[in-house]
Structure formats: C-alpha cells, structure tokens
Design a binder for this molecule. Structure first.
Ligand code: NDP
Ligand code: OXD
Length: 315
C-alpha cells in the first residue's frame, strides 16, 4: 500500500487510462486529474503542464515526466527543491534503435531509389556500396543513443559516439567515443551519417548548423530524432542544395505539427515522420513511474532513482 496523493496533468493525452493504471499499480494512492484549484498532491505525473500547476502545488515532492525529453518542462519556473524525473527507457530505446537502423540502412542500401524505380516499372540494380564508407556518428550516448550505437554496430557500420563526459573504455564495445566540445570536430570529420540523440539544452540548441554539418564527410546524411530546435532548418536546406549532404530523415521539427508550406514538406531529399520514432508506451511507463513513487514513498533517497534530471545541466 502506497499512501500518497498523485495528480495527473497530461496535455494532449487522455488521462483516464493513466489514472486507472496508476491506481491499479499503487493500491492506497489517491490518483486524480489536475484542474486549477485541485487539492494538494505529493507527486505529479505530467506532460507539458502549465506553470499554474507548479505554482498551486507547493507541496509536490517530484514531477514525473511521461517522456524522456524534459526541455519543455524545464521552461517552467520550478521551485529549487522539486525533483524532476524523466522516463528512463521504458520501452523507448528498442523503438529508437529500430527506427534509426532502418533510416541508416534505407539510405545506405539506396532502398528509396529502388522503391522509386519499381514504382516506375523499372527493374534496376544498384552497385553495392561499402559499409566502411558510411561511418555513423551518434550525438548523445545516453539511454537512447547508446542503444542506437550498439544496434548500428551489430550491422557492422563503423560507429562513432559523442557525449558530454568521456565514456570509460569498453563501456560501448565497437563504438569509437569522443567527448566534449574539444572533440566535436574530430567526431564530425570521422562520420558520414549523423544521428542526433542529444537532449535539447541551451548548449545543444542549433547544434545541427551549417558549420557543424559542413564537417561531415561529403555525401553526408542527417537523422534527427531528438528535437527540432537542434537543427537550423535553412542550413540543412542549403547543404542539401550544395550537394554536401545527400539527404536527411527528420522525425522532429521546430514547430509540430510541421506547418503547411514549410520547405521540408515534399523535399525530394528528405524523409519525414511525425515525431514517432520512439513513442511513450503507457503500460511500461506506468509500471516505471509507480515503482519510483513506491520507492520514494517508502523513504528511498532520490539518488537511488534512475532518470532524475539535473536541472542545472538541463537533462
Ligand atoms: P539521456 O539523458 O540518457 O542522454 C543524453 C546524452 O546526451 C548523454 O550521453 C549526454 O552526455 C549527452 N549530452 C548532453 N548534453 C551534451 C552536451 N552539451 N554535449 C555533448 N553531449 C551531451 O537522454 P535519452 O537518451 O533518454 O534521450 C535523448 C533525447 O531524445 C531526449 O532528450 C529527447 O529530446 C529525445 N527523444 C525523442 C523521442 C522521439 O520520439 N523523437 C523520444 C524520446 C526521446 P553524458 O553521457 O556525458 O551525460
Ligand atoms: C520524449 C519524446 O521526449 O516523445 O519522450 O520526444
């Protein structure tokens, strides 16, 4: 029995199945849907909540985000002692690995070209390309990026990875790792395909810009599955136009849904999907959040909980 009060504020998501799932997973907890003026709660389970929730709930001990990225949440004014806990995988890393591998393989094997040929009634073979010429660089080696890097390695692509802090030798077998701003240019120069799995923070915003993308090997390819604000749209278009980049797969955009008339729509070198590369899986997420609430309610320290956000770093 977990005796606590949980409030749900899931902008854009129906709260009822979450309310039922959390109530079933946490017998003894009182789970309600937040509305202005709601009674005090101990924990909030949120997606894009309004500032009013935080302002009206000074007794909250933790905010549980039902996504991995907390960039939207950290735009709120949060009281210093309020813990922010994000989803830690919860079934997302395997989805991200399958999405990115298919995007890399589709480009490397030119399956898009074959599909277009077949649609025109043309039976044509493409000359096989060498995997050694398609080193993949993964920006961000966290929960998702490390799973993606390992999955790409199983397909025998050369794989590079870049993170803020250096990774100990042997932690990511088969991945050549780089760390920090000082090694970013070397990482980019060693890569032809670039996969972005960084959190959106003041340090990483606009990181996919002309200067950095120009450092990729010629015929570069960009896969952005993190946040739209990582990418400078006009710089991508310019480098596609110049021929330095061969194409891109984009799952995330500065404005979502992608506005009508945006030049990305119908661009022949772009493959677009609607922010769907790794979806929040409700049952897995409820089980993870309920487990963490039980642990905190039973007196375990925050340091024992995976996915606690460092609000200073922004992820
Ligand atoms: P993690 O927090 O586990 O990993 C973040 C990684 O980025 C870490 O390796 C970290 O380095 C690195 N990093 C952070 N800041 C910097 C920096 N300034 N310079 C270099 N490296 C940096 O995040 P996740 O893997 O769980 O998720 C990554 C992002 O994916 C989310 O923030 C979200 O935006 C996006 N996402 C997109 C989804 C979609 O459907 N499109 C679904 C889910 C998430 P270090 O290891 O040193 O800490
Ligand atoms: C997330 C997302 O951050 O869905 O989880 O983008």
């Amino acid at each position: 029995m977990t005796d606590c009060r949980i409030t749900l504020c899931l902008t854009g998501t129906a709260p009822e199945p979450w309310q039922a799932g959390l109530s079933a997973a946490l017998p003894g907890a009182h789970v309600s849907v937040w509305a202005p003026g709601a009674p005090p709660a101990d924990y909030a389970v949120v997606w894009a909540p309004p500032q009013q929730l935080v302002d009206e709930q000074p007794g909250l001990k933790a905010l549980f985000n039902i996504g991995a990225g907390v960039d939207a949440l950290l735009k709120l004014q949060l009281p210093p002692g309020l813990a922010v806990v994000r989803l830690d995988d919860a079934g997302m890393s395997v989805q991200m690995a399958e999405y990115v591998c298919q995007a890399v393989i589709r480009h490397f094997r030119e399956l898009d070209v074959s599909e277009a040929d077949m649609a025109q009634g043309q039976w044509r073979f493409r000359k096989p390309r060498s995997r050694a010429d398609f080193a993949v660089g993964v920006l961000g080696l966290g929960v998702l990026g490390s799973r993606v890097a390992q999955a790409l390695h199983t397909f025998e692509f050369p794989v590079n990875g870049w993170s803020r802090s250096a990774k100990a030798a042997g932690v990511l077998p088969g991945v050549r790792t780089f760390a920090g701003a000082a090694q970013l240019n070397d990482f980019l120069a060693a890569s032809r395909v670039l996969v972005n799995l960084l959190p959106l923070t003041p340090e990483t915003e606009n990181i996919l810009n002309r200067e950095h993308l120009s450092r990729l090997q010629p015929g570069g390819y960009v896969i952005n599955v993190a946040r739209g604000a990582h990418l400078v749209d006009a710089d991508l278009l310019a480098l596609l136009g110049s021929g330095h980049l061969a194409g891109a797969t984009l799952d995330v955009f500065r404005t979502e849904p992608l506005p009508a008339g945006h030049p990305f729509w119908h661009h022949p070198q772009l493959t677009l999907t609607p922010h769907t590369s790794a979806r929040t899986l409700r049952d897995e997420s409820i089980a993870q959040i309920a487990g963490k609430i039980s642990a905190l309610a039973a007196g375990q320290p925050l340091s024992a909980i995976a996915g606690v956000v460092d609000t200073g770093l922004g992820y």
